[in-house]
Structure formats: structure tokens, C-alpha cells
Design a protein around this ligand. Structure first.
Ligand SMILES: CC(C)(COP(=O)(O)OP(=O)(O)OC[C@H]1O[C@@H](n2cnc3c(N)ncnc32)[C@H](O)[C@@H]1OP(=O)(O)O)[C@@H](O)C(=O)NCCC(=O)NCCS
Length: 199
């Protein structure tokens, strides 16, 4: 099987290859700002301005990112290109509202790239990094939640062995999104597109 194309380009002698690393406390202001921009770019049109503002202020605050980075049960990564943060991913224990979730299960909780950086493999790199971290201690059931109409992301998750097993409502201010719950069974073989490059 041919190796996948490695995302990235070169401009003169300057490499623009993406890199992925764990987020640190110094990333908190950038993460707070970038995550609000990325969410608004992807989904902002779905909500009344007041609902969107309330959601961003809570979930994407600097305090919330500082707490995530300090939480040893969770892991947060940033993707960078040419020294600029262009996206991020978050993983940890699963707390999706599905009756078959157990304490041992993992969840990919957030996965976002800025518009203009999507579709060139960086999201898959982040996703694989998060999955590798969640599976580092052995086979485990993995979960994630995805907006019912986000067919692009659902295709990506299907490729890594996740399928729909439920639904729930995700609150954005007073608004309620219809979300799908996706699950990847324990012990499913790992087929990586970007094996071992970013850990
Ligand atoms: C979803 C996302 C992280 C994927 O990262 P990416 O680097 O764009 O994806 P890759 O290049 O690694 O893989 C391409 C696949 O990602 C998905 N994808 C690509 N662009 C996408 C977009 N704008 N929105 C959702 N999924 C997208 C598709 O499945 C695509 O495969 P396809 O070409 O067969 O359709 C990124 O597109 C993104 O941030 N989208 C907007 C926010 C979002 O939907 N986040 C997921 C929330 S659950």
C-alpha cells in the first residue's frame, strides 16, 4: 500500500510541515482565542449571537483551558504550522450520555482546525495522536460526539472505526444541537494514516 502523502509544503528554505505537541500553560490565551474562532467559523451561523457568546465565554475561557491542561486525566494537543497554532485536539475519560459508557472508556472531546487549514491531513494527525494516547495502556472503547449534520467529520471518524450508536442534545446557550454519539469498539485494529510521527 502506498504511504500517505505527508501534509505540508515548503516555502524557500522554510518548512511549513505541521507539528503536533502537548499544550502547555503558556498556550492558554492562544487556545482560548483560537478555539472560539474555530468554533465560530465552523458552526457560528447555527446560533443566535447571544447563545454563541454565552457558550464561548464558558467552554472556551482561559480558566477552562488552564483547568484542562492541569487535569492529569485529560490531554490537550496543539497543531502548529510555521510556528503558528492552527488547531487543537482534546481527549480524556468519556462522559457522553450513553447507557453503555463505562469509567474505563475514553473520549475524543474536541477536534478543530482553523478554516484555511482543513483538508490537508492535520486533523487526522491530531485524531491519531489523541487515539494513540487513549489506547496507550491497551485496548479500550472510545467514544465521541459529533453534530448530526457534520457529515465531513463523521466520514473521518468512520474511517477510524467509529460508528453511530446514539444521539443526545448538546446545549449552546439556550439552543440545543442534535448530536450523534459515535463509538469505536475495544480491540478494533488500529490503522493509522500517519503512523508514529507525532507522539
Ligand atoms: C474535522 C477536522 C478537524 C478534520 O481535519 P482536517 O485536517 O480537515 O481533515 P483531514 O485532511 O485530516 O481529513 C480529511 C477528512 O476530514 C473531513 N473534513 C475535511 N474538511 C472538513 C470540514 N471542513 N468539516 C468537517 N470535516 C471535514 C472529511 O472526512 C475529510 O475526508 P474526505 O476528503 O473524504 O471528505 C477539520 O476539518 C475541522 O476542524 N473542521 C471544522 C470543525 C469540525 O467539524 N470539528 C469536528 C467537531 S466534532
Amino acid at each position: 500500500m502506498p504511504l500517505p502523502a505527508i501534509p505540508g509544503t515548503s516555502v524557500g528554505a522554510v518548512s511549513c510541515f505541521p507539528t503536533i505537541r502537548r499544550a502547555i500553560a503558556a498556550d492558554v490565551p492562544t487556545l482560548s482565542e483560537l478555539s472560539a474562532i474555530a468554533f465560530t467559523q465552523a458552526f457560528g451561523h447555527l446560533y443566535a449571537p447571544a447563545d454563541l457568546a454565552r457558550f464561548l465565554t464558558g467552554a472556551y475561557s482561559q480558566e477552562s483551558y488552564a483547568a484542562l491542561i492541569a487535569d492529569p486525566t485529560k490531554a490537550l494537543w496543539v497543531a502548529e504550522r510555521s510556528g503558528q497554532v492552527i488547531g487543537y485536539g482534546l481527549a480524556g475519560p468519556c462522559n457522553l450520555p450513553h447507557p453503555e459508557v463505562t469509567e474505563a472508556d475514553g473520549e475524543i472531546k474536541r477536534l478543530y482546525l482553523l478554516a484555511g487549514h482543513q483538508g490537508s491531513g492535520v486533523g487526522s494527525m491530531l485524531f491519531e495522536t489523541a487515539m494513540s494516547w487513549l489506547l496507550a495502556d491497551g485496548p479500550r472503547v472510545l467514544w465521541l460526539g459529533v453534530w448530526s449534520q457534520n457529515h465531513g467529520a463523521q466520514r473521518l471518524y468512520n474511517r477510524y472505526g467509529f460508528t453511530k450508536v446514539g444521539e443526545y442534545e448538546f446545549p449552546v446557550g439556550e439552543h440545543r444541537d442534535r448530536e450523534f454519539i459515535f463509538r469505536r469498539p475495544r480491540g478494533q485494529p488500529s490503522v493509522w494514516a500517519y503512523p508514529g510521527s507525532f507522539h
